[in-house]
Design a protein around this ligand. Structure first.
Ligand code: UT7
Length: 312
């Protein structure tokens, strides 16, 4: 398979900003506990905005930045575990709202926090066949609607937001990626309104162990496939779930702090949106010039995991 090349990025955050001090007025917690255990200082929560509205905003941002005509988009895939509707999919709503072509596939992927990586890989495969040159890939989440705001062990961790990228095939480079599944319903999930249990449950320590082990291994595997070492890579972008998890992975590779991009402090864990939001911020900071190599890596409920090498 040819490599997936990102040519534009975009993001959207809800207006409402919620600090750790704000959270401490809702549950028995403190800025000190949250920031030292997770690195999170604030997050955005939707206050009337729909998830699909954020997604459309992020998608428009990416299309405008890339100067891409709508007619050139050959697929829309959204990684999300928190769609507004069971159906239609978020991707179908984006197709309608943005007036994208009608003869293209548009669908969502639920791989929880790994959703963006899964969506990117699937979109890259679709582009091998599509006549149109580009695909629109998003991670877009509204975790605040699935979080029990009386459960301090989960409600302080998550945030809402959307990230979007426009990708094309790079026929001069090969694709390097890994992904997988380790089924474990007991440790992390969200039965949802249909099952009469709307909120996320989590065994934090089991998830922590899974995340550190599988993200470290996934990065190693991608590097091995690409015959690279971490020194050959400019940045690693981990799913932003917990600063301590990212630091654990970084230390496995004895990598300098600046190689592992972090913005969890500003947004909390935005699930499938965390990596595309991070890529958008890196682009805005001028970190993603042509030629830069970036490994993205994530994990999520399922458990799911995945990693991929990107070359800009
Ligand atoms: O996309 C989903 C991904 N999820 C994750 O990545 C989560 C991975 N796990 C983690 O990040 C960590 O396990 C947490 C941040 C969730 C928890 O950190 P921890 O160091 O594993 O804490 P803990 O669960 O062992 O709890 C330690 C203490 C407990 O009190 P006791 O029993 O020692 O008295 C908790 O009740 O901290 C208490 N606690 C809190 N205290 C203040 C739990 N949540 C809070 C809170 N504020 N928000």
């Amino acid at each position: 398979m040819d490599a997936v090349q990102i040519i534009a990025t975009g993001k959207a955050l809800p207006k409402k900003l919620v600090t750790n001090d704000d959270m401490s007025k809702i549950v028995d917690t403190s800025d000190e506990w949250i920031s030292t255990r997770t690195g999170i200082r604030q997050r955005h929560f939707c206050d009337g905005e729909k998830n699909w509205e954020l997604a459309c905003q992020a998608a428009k941002h990416a299309l405008e930045k890339g100067g891409i005509e709508k007619e050139q988009i050959g697929a829309v895939i959204v990684g999300t575990a928190t769609p507004d509707y069971i159906m239609p999919s978020m991707a179908c709503i984006i197709q309608e709202e943005l007036g994208l072509p009608e003869d293209i596939p548009a669908f969502d992927i639920n791989a929880a926090c790994s959703g963006f990586i899964y969506a990117l890989r699937v979109a890259g495969s679709l582009l091998q066949e599509e006549a149109r040159p580009y695909a629109l890939v998003l991670g877009s989440e509204q975790l605040s609607t699935r979080t029990d705001m009386t459960d301090r062990s989960t409600c302080v961790l998550f945030g809402d937001g959307a990230g979007a990228v426009i990708i094309k095939r790079n026929t001069e480079k090969k694709f390097y990626g890994v992904w997988g599944t380790v089924g474990n319903r007991a440790s992390l999930g969200c039965p949802g309104h249909v099952m009469g249990d709307p909120y996320i449950y989590m065994d934090g320590q089991t998830v922590f162990r899974f995340a550190t082990q599988y993200m470290s291994n996934a990065v190693k595997q991608v590097l091995e496939k690409a015959e690279l070492t971490l020194e050959d890579v400019d940045y690693v972008v981990c799913h932003q779930a917990n600063e301590r998890i990212i630091e654990y992975v970084r230390k496995q590779f004895k990598a300098p702090a600046e190689k592992f991009f972090k913005n969890i402090g500003k947004y909390g864990n935005t699930s499938a949106a965390s990596i595309p939001i991070a890529l958008t911020e890196m682009d805005e900071q001028g970190l993603l010039e042509p030629g830069k190599k970036v490994v993205i890596v994530g994990f999520g409920a399922g458990f799911t995991w995945g990693s991929m090498l990107l070359e800009f």
